[in-house]
Design a protein around this ligand. Structure first.
Ligand SMILES: [Fe+2]
Ligand SMILES: [Fe+2]
Length: 335
């Protein structure tokens, strides 16, 4: 129904599409392909139709309409009021359902981005620094560990949360710089832009997870603000000057992250940190069983860090061999 001359258009169309994705899933060291389907439903109401119809029917002029029903964060959790903006431009959020038919409640990631962590990865692998550049990278990271140890002591939940604010930076900086390089050189990246941005996103999901179990205090937020300003720019310059060094630094940072999470697990096992229920976001992101605990979350996060370690040392090694990253296919989806 549409009333001419007014700003109201009431028309509702629903489009449905089913997405199917074939993903490898690791089961006990072996991989098998799994086809998973989700249903995406796009609700196209008022604004979209008006926008489309102005092309053919000319008479419709409509302002964006805001259906105020209020405000959740990223997730539309059950029972919470939703804030829904009916877009004049036809930009509507898709509604995604899980395999069991229930609504997917996370806006910040989708079912096809979830995975089961490979816990069989070797946590002890270490790149022995031999060249001057490697030693510089190694001791830079080691020297950063000292103030971190002093500041956080054994508060591993808080430490994890704070370190993830830093850990999510290198992938984004590297991905961004490779993106710009691809543009200005008219060349492919070999998948490395995607691989590094995936790493950044994965690290940010670690942060979103630990935020649920440790709340930052005002002075910790201030610290993150300062550290991000320094670290982003320092890493940006380091990557411009020497991607070989930058990736090596990240490789060693990831080795330290593995160590930190191992200490975290020890504290959990000793009972010094309460092994609380796993946050819901972690259960969905890593496809964990519903009764998982914080310990299970730390295990999968530590496995992620080991994968990041491999990717970054590998990237540095490619440069050491006189090649560019694009010359070696990127490990996209390496979890
Ligand atoms: Fe992380
Ligand atoms: Fe990491």
């Amino acid at each position: 129904m549409m009333s001419r001359g007014s700003t109201t258009v009431v028309r509702s169309v629903r489009l449905f599409s089913t997405g199917s994705v074939i993903r490898p899933v690791r089961t006990g060291g072996s991989e098998k392909a799994v086809v998973t389907s989700w249903i995406r439903s796009y609700s196209v109401a008022g604004g979209r139709n008006a926008s489309t119809m102005t092309l053919g029917e000319k008479e419709v002029k409509e302002q964006p309409d805001i259906k105020d029903t209020v405000a959740g964060g990223g997730a539309a959790a059950g029972g919470e009021k939703e804030k829904e903006v009916v877009s004049y431009w036809g930009v509507q959020p898709s509604k995604v359902t899980k395999e069991d038919g229930t609504e997917w409640k996370w806006n910040c990631f989708r079912p096809w981005e979830t995975y089961q962590a490979d816990l069989s990865i070797d946590l002890k692998k270490h790149h022995v620094p031999k060249t001057f550049l490697d030693k510089f990278a190694y001791w830079t990271v080691k020297s950063l560990r000292l103030p971190t140890d002093i500041f956080f002591q054994r508060r591993y939940g808080c430490r994890a949360m704070m370190l993830e604010t830093v850990a999510a930076v290198p992938g984004m900086v590297g991905g961004m710089l490779l993106h710009c390089k691809s543009l200005r050189r008219f060349e492919h990246s070999g998948g490395w832009i995607k691989a590094l941005l995936e790493e950044a996103e994965n690290e940010r999901m670690h942060l979103m997870t630990f935020m649920e179990v440790a709340k930052p205090k005002w002075y910790e937020r201030a610290l993150v603000f300062t550290v991000q300003g320094i670290f982003f720019n320092a890493y940006f310059l380091a990557y411009l000057a020497s991607p070989k060094l930058a990736h090596r630094i990240t490789g060693y940072l990831e080795e330290e992250a593995i160590h930190s999470y191992t200490e975290f697990l020890k504290e959990l096992d000793k009972g010094n940190i309460e092994n609380v229920k796993a946050p819901a976001i972690a259960i969905d992101y890593w496809r964990l069983p519903a009764d998982s605990t914080l310990r299970d979350v730390v295990m999968v996060v530590r496995a992620d860090e080991a994968h990041h370690r491999d990717v970054n040392h590998f990237a540095s090694d490619i440069h050491y061999q006189g090649l560019e990253l694009k010359d070696s296919p990127a490990p996209i989806g390496y979890h």
